[in-house]
Structure formats: structure tokens, C-alpha cells
Design a protein around this ligand. Structure first.
Ligand SMILES: [Zn+2]
Length: 297
């Protein structure tokens, strides 16, 4: 149990930023951002204290003069509490919520549009957890598997390559290729595939191809004990997991070598609503300089 992979963030994260932040962190004239007092609502108790401490410390280290305060909330009554908060001048800046809660706020314009930082919204990355610690490599880029090319003739990726894992399975790429309006394009693609829509079927197959490729690359390069799939996609539950497992098993059927790796058996799904992927992404993005390992619960 000394090697375990944390989470691959897929199809977006489960933490959202609210529009009309109560305190400003907006850069003025393109210069240094003004100091801010950021309030973050984390829901439930499953975010380890080490991770909370690290998030606060890293944010405040990288934004001198600013503060980040985590306020723990409960899933029960979250929508009502946030609705009340938004109607006052006392609303938080960042809120952890699942797809179920997000639907109530996307149409009302309560959420800030983060499409200009699309990589953070839709990227695919892996966090490696070894002996309870996050391992980030010599320069902090370990786990950037989203831009590994797995098909030179595949779809064009925003990074300029063709056939990146992210071009097949990233939330932004999937939504763009789906091209139909909807708050949850990942779910819409899976619904469409279940209904026999040929475009959706092709996208779902491509999605499974990309995630299975990520699992294969990760296991072949690190031999981790398990690969945990997380992010917004985990709300799709067994629907997503089963298509990835099917793809892995099809590849294993054709290759005794792949079969010997038991890839399908190593894949797990993060429970819906877990903040692990979002928090992990925040931690990974927050610090690329100071530490090679980060305490992790
Ligand atoms: Zn790419």
C-alpha cells in the first residue's frame, strides 16, 4: 500500500467560483492583484486538515497581503444557505458543490465564467500519492498526462498537438466537439450515447479511449496500485467507469502483456461530490517551486 495514485481530474472540478466576489482579487490595469480576503466553503469533513492547511498557506504565500479562510459547511441545506448568502453582502468567494447543486446557480448567473482559464476548468492531470504524500517530480510537472499524444491522427488539441488524451477526454474538448448547449455536456454525451445518437456514441468511445490510455500510461510508467478517477465526471458513476473498464478489457483481450497488468482491476471511482480532484488541482496549481512532496491525508 505504499504506492497509490490520487485522482485524475476529468470534465471539470467540483469547486466553483462565485460571481461578484465579496472582496476583490481582480488585477487593476493588468498589474498586481489587489490584496483580497478570500472565503472558501468546503462541504463535509472529507477534505484532510493537511490539505486545508496547505491550501491556505500556499495561497497566502503566493498572494502577499491576501488571506484565505475555509468555512466548513454541510451538504444538507447547502443550496438554501448559499441562496440566502448570495442575496446578502456576505457571500463566499469559492464554494465546493457537486453537479446537483451547481444546476441551481448556473442559470442565475451566480457563478463566475472561468472559460478564460480553460486549462484549470477542463484539464486532465494525475496526482501521484506515494506513502501518503503527493509526489510532484523534480520540477512540479509529474502527472501532466493530459497532453500525452495517444493518436497522431486524433482530434486537434488546444496545445497544438493532435490526439492528446485531453483532446479525447477533457471536458472542454468534449463539450466543443459535442457542440450543443447544455450545462453538463459530459452527461449529455452519455445520455445521447445511451439513446443511440451516433455523434454521442463516437464521443463516448473516444472518451473511454482517452481515459483508458491515461490509465495505461500511468500504470506503465509508475506501477501504481490503483488509479482513482475523479472530478465532475465521477458524478456519472458506473456509466463512466464501465465504458473505461470495457475499453481496458478489450485492449487486454488482444495483448497478453496488457492482460498481465490487470489494468481494469486497478481503476476506482471517486465518490460523487468528493472535493479531492478539485482540491488536488488547486494544490498542484498553487505551488510548483518549493516542495517536491506535500503532506496528504
Ligand atoms: Zn494537448
Amino acid at each position: 500500500m505504499n504506492k497509490k495514485l490520487g485522482a485524475i481530474a476529468l470534465l471539470g472540478a467540483s469547486a466553483v467560483v462565485l460571481a461578484g466576489c465579496s472582496t476583490g482579487s481582480t488585477a487593476t490595469d493588468g498589474g498586481t492583484p489587489e490584496p483580497a480576503e478570500l472565503r472558501v466553503w468546503l462541504v463535509g469533513t472529507d477534505t484532510p486538515q493537511d490539505a486545508r492547511d496547505y491550501l491556505v498557506k500556499t495561497f497566502e504565500d503566493e498572494n502577499p497581503g491576501s488571506t484565505l479562510t475555509i468555512e466548513e459547511q454541510q451538504w444538507t441545506g447547502l443550496v438554501d444557505k448559499l441562496t440566502t448568502s448570495l442575496s446578502s453582502s456576505d457571500s463566499p468567494d469559492v464554494v465546493e458543490m457537486g453537479n446537483t447543486q451547481a444546476a441551481a446557480f448556473t442559470s442565475s448567473g451566480a457563478l463566475l465564467d472561468l472559460s478564460d482559464i480553460e486549462d484549470a476548468r477542463t484539464g486532465i492531470a494525475a496526482g501521484f500519492v506515494n506513502a501518503g504524500r503527493l509526489w510532484r517530480g523534480a520540477y512540479g510537472t509529474a502527472g501532466e498526462v493530459g497532453h500525452i499524444c495517444v493518436d497522431p491522427r486524433g482530434p486537434l488539441c488546444k496545445c497544438g498537438q493532435r490526439g492528446c488524451i485531453e483532446a479525447f477526454s477533457g471536458g472542454g474538448a468534449l463539450a466543443e466537439r459535442w457542440g450543443r448547449p447544455g450545462a453538463l455536456p459530459g452527461r449529455d454525451v452519455f445520455d445521447g450515447a445511451d439513446a443511440g445518437d451516433p455523434v454521442a456514441l463516437a464521443l463516448r468511445d473516444g472518451f473511454a479511449f482517452g481515459v483508458a490510455a491515461a490509465v495505461r500510461v500511468i500504470v506503465l510508467s509508475t506501477d501504481v496500485e490503483s488509479v482513482v478517477l475523479g472530478g465532475g465526471v465521477s458524478a456519472l458513476g458506473d456509466r463512466m467507469l464501465s465504458c473505461v473498464v470495457t475499453e481496458l478489457e478489450a485492449r487486454a483481450a488482444a495483448s497478453p502483456f496488457l492482460r498481465s497488468l490487470h489494468l481494469a482491476d486497478r481503476v476506482e471511482l471517486l465518490p460523487p461530490g468528493s472535493p479531492a480532484a478539485a482540491l488536488g488541482a488547486a494544490l498542484l496549481g498553487a505551488d510548483t517551486h518549493e516542495q517536491e512532496t506535500v503532506p496528504h491525508g
